[in-house]
Design a protein around this ligand. Structure first.
Ligand code: AMP
Ligand code: MG
Length: 399
C-alpha cells in the first residue's frame, strides 16, 4: 500500500511527453498551452481617447471654470477607426474626438464632452484638464513581447479574451488523450434495461466521462464486460489499441471474479502499484503497457470517483502538458463535527456554500451515491482525526 502523493508521482512520471496541435482560438477554452505566447503588438496599439469629447492642448484650458470658460476653435473631427487627416493641432484649437479614436498630432489631452458647451464652431471648456487626461497611452495595458501565457497554462476565458484582442487566430495546445472507460461486472446493466434480481444499472462510465471531459480528455465508453478473464482481456486489448489511457472500474479487489490485473498482464502490461492508503478507493491499480496507462479504479461508485479525481484527472491534465494538475483548494469553515476513526486519509464528500460554510454532503460510504447530489468538494480528513464545527478547513473543489 502506498501513500497518495507517491502514487501520484508514479502516475505522472509515467506519462509520455505532450504532443502539440494547432486549434482555432474559438476551440481553445480549457485547453493547455503547448508553447508560450508573447504579445505580438502593444495594447493599446496607439494613443487614443478614453472619452467622447475634444482633443486639445492641456495648457490651453488654463484656469477654465463654468463661470469663466475658455473658448477653442473646433477645426475638425476624428471618428473611431480613422486618423485625423488635417495638420497638427495648434494652440487655441480643438478636434472633436470619440472613445477609441486615435489622438491627433499636437494634442496631449481630451476634455470630456460633459465639461464643454458648444457655441457654433467654438467649444467652451468649463474645466481644466491635465496633460494626458482622458488619454489611453499606447502600450499602457500590455507591451509588445510580454508573455501572455506560459507553456502548460490552462486557457481560461480571460486569457482567450486577451488573445482575441491581439488578433491571434490559432494556438498551439496539448493533444487531448482518448480515455477508454471500461466497466466490469456481471451484475451491471445498461440504462433502460429491465433489471433482474441482483442486477444494477451501470453508472461509473457515465460518471467518469463527465469528469474526463472537464479535465480536457476525450472519453470513449466501451460495452460492459463480464467477470471472465477472456472477456476482460479482449475488452482491454481493444481499449488499449484505441486509447491513450484506459480507466477500468471494478474487478480490482481480491475476489475470484476480479480479473483486471490478470487481463492486463496477459496483454503484456506491467503492474506498478495496487492499493493506495486512502478512503474511499484503496484498491486502485496502476500499470503501463507501451506508453499507455491503466488506471484500474474500484467498482464502488464513490471509490471510483474519488480515485479518478485524485489520480486519473491529474494524469489526463499532465498528458496535455498542464503544469497545474491538482484540484483547486478553497478555504471554508465547518458547520458540523466530522471524524475519521480509520487509519487512512478519508476524502469526505462535502458541500461548500458561497459564504464559505462546509458541511457533509450526505452519507459517507463508498457505495452511497446520494451525497453526490450536493457534493462540490472533498475534505481530506487525516487518519484518527476529529474536526469540530467552527474549525477552518481547506477543501478540494470538484465542481
Ligand atoms: P467490485 O470492485 O467489482 O468488487 O465492485 C464493488 C461494488 O461496486 C459492487 O457493489 C458493484 O456492484 C459496484 N459496481 C461495480 N462496478 C460498477 C459500475 N460500473 N457502476 C455501478 N456500480 C458498480
Ligand atoms: Mg465486480
Amino acid at each position: 500500500m502506498i501513500e497518495l502523493e507517491a502514487a501520484l508521482e508514479r502516475v505522472l512520471s509515467t506519462l509520455p511527453s505532450p504532443v502539440s496541435e494547432q486549434v482555432p482560438l474559438s476551440d481553445s477554452l480549457d485547453r493547455i498551452a503547448a508553447a508560450p505566447v508573447a504579445a505580438p503588438i502593444s495594447l493599446p496599439c496607439f494613443d487614443n481617447s478614453a472619452m467622447d469629447g475634444y482633443a486639445l492642448r492641456s495648457t490651453d484650458t488654463g484656469t477654465a471654470t463654468p463661470e469663466n470658460p475658455v473658448g477653442l476653435a473646433k477645426v475638425g473631427q476624428v471618428p473611431a477607426g480613422a486618423i485625423f487627416s488635417g495638420p497638427a493641432l495648434e494652440s487655441g484649437q480643438c478636434i472633436r474626438i470619440f472613445t477609441g479614436s486615435p489622438l491627433p498630432e499636437g494634442a496631449d489631452a481630451v476634455i470630456m464632452q460633459e465639461d464643454t458647451r458648444a457655441d457654433g464652431e467654438t467649444i467652451l471648456c468649463l474645466d481644466t484638464v491635465k496633460p494626458w487626461e482622458n488619454v489611453r497611452l499606447a502600450g499602457e495595458d500590455l507591451k509588445r513581447g510580454t508573455e501572455l501565457v506560459a507553456s502548460g497554462d490552462r486557457l481560461t476565458a480571460g486569457r482567450i479574451a486577451v488573445m482575441a484582442a491581439f488578433g491571434i487566430p490559432t494556438l498551439a495546445v496539448g493533444r487531448r488523450p482518448k480515455v477508454g472507460l471500461v466497466a466490469t461486472g456481471d451484475e451491471l446493466r445498461e440504462p433502460g434495461a429491465t433489471l433482474k434480481p441482483g442486477e444494477i444499472y451501470e453508472s461509473n462510465r457515465r460518471a467518469l466521462a463527465q469528469f474526463v471531459v472537464r479535465a480536457g480528455g476525450l472519453p470513449v465508453e466501451y460495452p460492459l464486460v463480464n467477470d471472465r478473464l477472456d472477456a476482460t482481456t479482449s475488452a482491454l486489448r481493444r481499449a488499449f489499441d484505441e486509447c491513450d489511457i484506459v480507466a477500468t472500474s471494478g474487478g480490482v479487489s481480491v475476489g475470484e471474479h476480479d480479473h483486471v490485473k490478470a487481463a492486463f498482464e496477459a496483454l503484456g502490461g506491467s503492474l506498478d502499484f495496487w492499493k493506495v492508503r486512502i478512503k474511499p478507493g484503496k484498491p486502485f491499480v496502476f500499470g503501463r503497457v507501451r506508453e499507455k496507462l491503466l488506471l484500474g479504479l474500484p467498482g464502488n461508485p464513490i471509490s471510483a470517483l474519488v480515485t479518478f479525481l485524485l489520480l486519473a484527472r491529474p494524469a489526463i491534465l499532465r498528458f496535455q502538458g498542464a503544469t497545474e494538475t491538482a484540484l483547486e483548494r478553497a478555504p471554508g469553515v465547518l458547520t458540523e463535527d466530522l471524524r475519521n476513526h480509520g487509519d487512512r486519509r478519508h476524502f469526505m464528500r462535502v458541500h461548500l456554500d458561497g459564504s464559505g460554510q462546509v458541511r457533509s454532503a450526505g452519507m459517507q460510504a463508498s457505495h452511497a451515491l446520494g451525497a453526490l447530489l450536493d457534493a462540490n468538494a472533498l475534505l481530506d480528513l487525516p487518519p484518527n482525526c476529529a474536526l469540530h464545527a467552527g474549525d477552518p478547513v481547506s477543501v478540494l473543489r470538484i465542481d
